[in-house]
Design a protein around this ligand. Structure first.
Ligand SMILES: Cc1cc2nc3c(=O)[nH]c(=O)nc-3n(C[C@H](O)[C@H](O)[C@H](O)COP(=O)(O)OP(=O)(O)OC[C@H]3O[C@@H](n4cnc5c(N)ncnc54)[C@H](O)[C@@H]3O)c2cc1C
Length: 435
């Protein structure tokens, strides 16, 4: 049974599904239809592209294998974070100032898409501003300083403040952190409610959405077509935005990404006072390790605590137990608190941890490789792909400068690769803790 069939048309059991603003209920594709563009995948990347195209009058069909927002976009940590894993200085060193500047601008534009789309279409997703990057070990303090300087050099348009160990208490009631950086321009939201809101927005401007409609085959060329079990869509152009779930349907893409898992727990509601004491500024927090913790409060005062990225393909049997252990290292004062929800999801790591947009085959395009940091990048990638489809290739062309390589060993040797990757990141964090 495929992973989509196992889902049985339902979101996973998460705090987000339990607190969703209604649900989407689009039909399955049971016919042969035509469109200017067919988008495969109802996550942020696919929906962002679809909305951009429909806003410009294109006819768009979007096919989603399960439910809109079923995968990463509906179950992530909700952290709205800018920047790119390569860093602006790193991009400038490799590709020159103009490319780095474009990526700095794209990151901000990606955040604006989220905020402005919410206003334009009345999406209620508990959007909040405020984000803390937390330093755990001495080398992280230098990282924080460097990051603050880099943001200033690249004219970051929001206030950022370097935090001392004492300042950190204004954000997180934990002794774990020795400093950090507060960023007023990033923040957090309810990811599934945002995804549901985007799906409804897309439908309201004419995007024909089909759920429970997994694409099984794709042909490229002059009449690119996608096939599901019960129908097909013939389009002028196709956009693939399936994260790491496309599998053999787009086998050449699979080689460039490695699936990894990450997990989130939601505590029971802490009560307004206790929640405020725990995270007084209500900012989202993420630490600077390679295998990192990310956490924030929900609007009803739960702690949503994420982390434990696993590169070896075997998920823990008891997610709640494993994640609770990690949470208590940060917040030992929560020992009496119950865990109401625990879930996980897949992220699509690329070799260089940068997302890619590109052409798969004639008239078939794709976005992938968000590497666990995709809330903002998937939104801007969707827009840049839509621009390409509409004939404006300027920003798409600059993005092509970033080369993407296949994972060594192809898909067969992935498992040893997972293990190596996992141990490598673990050792890097251990080394930082000892310095
Ligand atoms: C647990 C978790 C926590 C995370 N936390 C954060 C965070 O706090 N901040 C951040 O920036 N990023 C975070 N991420 C990453 C971020 O959520 C993703 O990078 C982003 O949502 C990717 O969007 P997407 O549209 O590319 O993919 P997805 O949201 O995964 O959507 C892909 C969709 O395509 C569909 N699909 C796939 N194949 C087919 C097919 N053959 N036919 C039809 N449909 C298909 C799938 O069903 C799925 O709905 C997290 C990810 C996870 C899993």
């Amino acid at each position: 049974m495929s992973v989509f069939e196992q889902a049985r048309g339902q979101h996973i059991n998460s705090y987000y599904a339990a607190s969703a603003n209604g649900a989407t209920d689009f039909p399955a594709l049971t016919d042969n239809v035509e469109a200017d563009v067919c988008v495969v995948g109802g996550g942020y990347a696919g929906m962002s592209a679809a909305i951009e195209l429909a806003e410009q009058g294109y006819s768009v069909v979007l096919l989603e294998a399960v439910k809109m927002g079923w995968a990463a976009s509906g179950r992530n940590g909700g952290q709205i974070i800018g920047g790119w894993n390569a860093g602006y200085d790193g991009l400038a060193n490799s590709f020159g100032y103009d490319t780095a500047k474009l990526f700095a601008d794209l990151s901000e534009e990606g955040k604006r898409i989220i905020y402005q789309r919410a206003e334009k279409y009345g999406i209620n997703a508990d959007i909040k501003k405020g984000y803390v990057t937390a330093a755990m070990y001495q080398p992280h303090l230098a990282d924080v300083q460097h990051y603050a300087e880099e943001l200033s050099k690249w004219h970051y348009p929001h206030a950022v403040t370097v935090l001392s160990q004492q300042d950190m208490q204004q954000h997180v009631a934990s002794d774990r952190y020795i400093g950090g950086l507060y960023d007023e321009g990033s923040g957090h939201f309810h990811p599934l409610n945002y995804a549901i809101g985007e799906a409804k927005a897309a439908a309201s401007i004419g995007v024909r959405i089909f759920e429970n409609s997994a694409v099984l085959n794709i042909t490229s060329g002059d009449d690119p077509t996608v096939y599901t079990a019960q129908g097909r869509v013939k389009a002028k152009q196709i956009i693939l935005a399936g994260n790491c779930y496309l599998g053999k349907t787009a086998a050449k893409l699979q080689k460039k990404i490695m699936p990894a898992s990450t997990f989130v727990i939601a505590t029971e509601p802490l009560g307004a006072e206790r929640a405020k004491q725990l995270m007084p500024s209500d900012a989202a927090v993420c630490d600077l390790r390679h295998i990192l913790d990310y956490f924030r409060l929900s609007v009803d005062g739960r702690l949503l605590f994420g982390g434990k990225t696993i590169y070896r393909g075997v998920d823990p049997k008891d997610i709640a137990k494993v994640m609770r252990k990690g949470m208590l290292k940060v917040f030992p004062q929560l020992a009496d608190v119950n865990i109401d929800y625990a879930w996980g999801g897949h992220i699509d790591l690329s070799v260089n941890r940068m997302p890619s947009v590109g052409e798969y085959e004639g008239n078939v395009y794709f976005a992938q490789g968000f590497s666990g940091h995709g809330v903002v990048p998937a939104h801007i990638a969707g827009r840049v792909l839509a621009e390409k489809v509409m004939g404006n290739t300027e920003r798409y062309d600059v993005w092509q400068q970033i080369k993407h390589y296949s994972f060594p060993g192809g898909t067969l040797l992935r498992k040893p690769g997972f293990l190596l990757g996992s141990s490598f990141f673990y050792l890097q964090d251990l080394w930082a803790s000892l310095r």
